[in-house]
Design a protein around this ligand. Structure first.
Ligand code: DI6
Ligand code: FE
Length: 409
């Protein structure tokens, strides 16, 4: 395609490159779907810029945002549980009474693929309108082979229908479905022996996730799921140490996990395990906020150990009904005390790494990286985390194509 080799130019932009804010204004040149050149404005040779079509002057340029942890395909609503929690009933208690995740499971099973698609689409568009160009979408509200595959098919279809990169994760081990009450090992056998093989055979899952928690699955059960994932060459992730410290993150790290997610209760040994495995710590301040948690993830220890920290929305109907990635940048700073640069890295370079996409040049602005870019109406990258404000996205580029934002084309 001829148009994909077009040469495009952003002039005098403040660049956050995925890891840090560059010290001086830059010219950034894209060729086709890749970033070709980055030149400090003070050093530009005007002749070199002359044959690029100028897209903008000024503003903040970041990689397209990577939301590396969402559950945005689901049926129903849990507004009633929000009210119950405000009356003092805990998230875990609601789950024990058969509500929580299982109430979304009932609504998701009852919905057709088309209905789930129609409901998920505006949620995904909300993320895209705030700069997301790559999103991970988990299953986990079907909990039968057919319903889990249905959710994953919806996720794949969303990626085909909209200009956004969708990565899918099979989360069969999310909750114990009612049919397996008192037989959680039997359900884990179904996940390992039927669900994972079926998802792998149809190419529907890019990774496998588990919920390791007293209200979900034990470390030993999660390890069985990891073994099955490994047998099908699928990378793993884990919801771990969200409500208590079971050692799920360390178990995931032993299997070379891409990430351990939530991790409010992670201890020093868990931090060390993530560091040794090269796993990403995915921070989900939306769930922390929604559940009004008080236990903070061990940010200082993670920082000190050099464990990369990603930040994601965890967009879901229960613990994080939040479809607003830039708000998560702010929460990561205000609630978890990340610096604005750490928060931005968490939704760009480290988010991409948590999905195994760093090698493909996602989440970075660098020569040779993917031309997934956001141009923001802001003075500095830090301002994106500082102000909670919609409508600042001037241009959104995905795979080298202009796909949204408020600037005139
Ligand atoms: N932890 C979470 O925060 C989500 N899943 C999980 O294991 C929440 C899922 C939900 O409440 O629907
Ligand atoms: Fe989650």
């Amino acid at each position: 395609m001829q148009s994909t080799m077009q040469r495009r130019l952003w002039r005098d932009v403040h660049v956050f490159d995925g890891l840090r804010t560059l010290p001086e204004p830059m010219a950034v040149i894209v060729e086709g779907d890749r970033i070709a050149r980055m030149i400090p404005m003070a050093q530009v040779d005007e002749a070199e810029l002359a044959d690029g079509a100028e897209m903008a002057r000024g503003g903040v340029l970041t990689p397209g945002l990577v939301d590396c942890h969402t559950h945005l395909v689901f049926g129903g609503s849990r507004a009633d549980e929000f009210e119950q929690r405000l009356e003092g009933i805990s998230y875990a208690e609601i789950a024990r009474r058969g509500g929580g995740i299982l109430s979304t499971v009932a609504a998701t099973r009852a919905a057709s693929e088309d209905e789930l698609f129609a409901q998920a689409r505006p949620r995904l568009e909300a993320l895209m309108n705030e700069g997301v160009t790559t999103v991970e979408i988990k299953s986990g509200y079907g909990l039968t082979v057919d319903d889990e595959l249905k959710m994953l098919r919806v996720a794949r279809r969303l990626g085909e229908a909209l200009p956004v990169r969708v990565v899918t994760t099979l989360l069969g081990a999310h909750a114990l479905p009612p049919e397996f009450k008192d037989d959680s090992d039997g359900y884990i056998a179904l996940v390992c022996e039927e669900m994972i093989p079926a998802a792998a055979a149809e190419g529907l899952a890019d990774a496998v996730d588990v919920f390791c928690e007293s209200i979900a699955f034990s470390v030993a059960q999660c390890e069985r799921v990891f073994e099955a994932a490994r047998a099908h060459d699928l990378p793993i992730k884990a919801h771990a140490e969200q409500l208590s410290n079971l050692g799920g993150s360390a178990a995931a790290a032993r299997f070379g996990a891409l990430s351990a997610d939530h991790i409010e209760y992670l201890d020093e040994a868990g931090v060390a395990a993530l560091r040794e495995a090269g796993s990403v710590a995915v921070l989900l301040p939306g769930a922390f906020h929604t559940l009004r948690e008080t236990r903070l993830p061990p940010i200082a220890a993670l920082r000190h150990a050099g464990v990369p920290m990603a930040v994601a929305t965890d967009a879901n109907p229960g613990s994080s009904p939040i479809f607003h990635p830039t708000l998560m940048l702010n929460f990561a700073c205000t609630l978890f005390r990340l610096t604005p640069q750490e928060a931005l890295a968490g939704m760009t370079a480290h988010g991409a790494r948590a999905l195994g996409l760093a090698e493909q040049g996602l989440g970075r602005i660098a020569e040779g990286a993917a031309a997934d870019l956001c141009l923001w109406d802001a003075d500095t990258p830090a301002a994106l985390a500082y102000a909670v404000q919609s409508g600042r996205l001037r241009q959104r580029w995905c795979r080298g194509e202009r796909q949204g934002g408020t600037d005139h084309d």
